[in-house]
Design a protein around this ligand. Sequence first.
Ligand code: NAD
Ligand code: MG
Length: 387
Amino acid sequence: MQPTRKKQIAILGSTGSIGTQALDVIAAHPDRFEARVLTAANRWQLLAEQARRFVPAAVVIAGEQHYEPLREALADLPIAVYAGSDALCQVVTSQEVDMVLTAMVGFAGLAPTIAAIRAGKAIALANKETMVVAGELINSLAREHRVPILPVDSEHSAIFQSLMGEVSPIEKIILTASGGPFRTFTTEQLQGVTPAMALRHPNWDMGAKITIDSATMMNKGFEVIEAKWLFGVEAERIQVVVHPQSVVHSAVQYADGAVKAQLGVPDMRVPIQLAFSYPERLASTFDRLDWYAMHDLTFERPDTERFRCLALAYESLRQGGNMPCIVNAANEVVNRAFLEERCSFLAMADIIAHAMQHTPFIAQPTYDDYVATDAEARRIAAARLKS
Ligand code: NAD
Ligand code: MG
């Protein structure tokens, strides 16, 4: 057998939920993958531990105040240490990097993702906010630089897998949603929910931001937008279906009425590993489905009155232009505010709707327009939050 070169992977956000699970996948397949670059926002001690174990060529800590302690902690190793957000954009362009896993949170992921695409790196896309904000721009850059974008989000990986081997167009995408921890709550009950309650997600153990987004169902709204850009399907043909057991990870319906779905135990390492190894599937020791234990798989319609954020995301997609960018920015502000108990659960949608009405609309935004829109929508949302 020919020895194959190990895939060199840069992980943006290696200390997070997706990042650490990606390192599990790399550790399980040392013959196939190598962590070439690791980056984090602030948790420099964990980043140093990871660097000691995986010995990447470079690490970046975005918070510049952590540069000195991180450099000292790694002084005995042949690892280049950088700090600051600009360094994120530089390290992903390194010649040796084959693939970039975008596992950082929010709008901050946009610039390094663009830098990676321009440098011709394959993208394993976890940072859905990048597609929400600038899906059209990302797609055109990816085409221009002939770069594949492999979905890591479990639903999009399921859709991607349901499309494997097909040559016919998609009739409909069935995007499943767990419904989050408040699925059965009345509007009255929703009024009093706390961050601690929202952080207890029934099926997935994820970072705080996406867990809150799951509780409001903004996460599902973002996934509709992400699906539109990844698979070229209009919003009217993306149906959100609440499926509390999270076994059916999503599905595709074709012109003959046949539906293909991907199922499995909820475990993000499955889509992460597939994004790394595609088109091959590698062996894993992850849990298998127990078919005799799945008595009640259920499916229901989402309630966009109780979960207004889902409706706002659809509306932003209908309006297009920089509107999804506005929704994302306002959502980042209220998400953080809710976590810090500065905003009630139901006020989040009100403030996002306010930002949608008051941030200047741009029909054909450029990259600079997105940056300006993000700043302006954050300002408007923050001001509304205070009043
Ligand atoms: P997390 O909060 O657990 O981890 C985020 C990582 O990014 C950390 O390493 C952090 O240090 C880094 N980071 C955050 N902000 C940064 C910034 N401004 N600059 C540089 N680095 C920064 O988040 P997560 O749950 O792993 O989610 C990461 C992304 O993947 C999000 O876009 C999320 O929507 C998406 N995603 C996550 C899951 C999941 O199961 N966690 C599933 C689907 C999609
Ligand atoms: Mg998802």
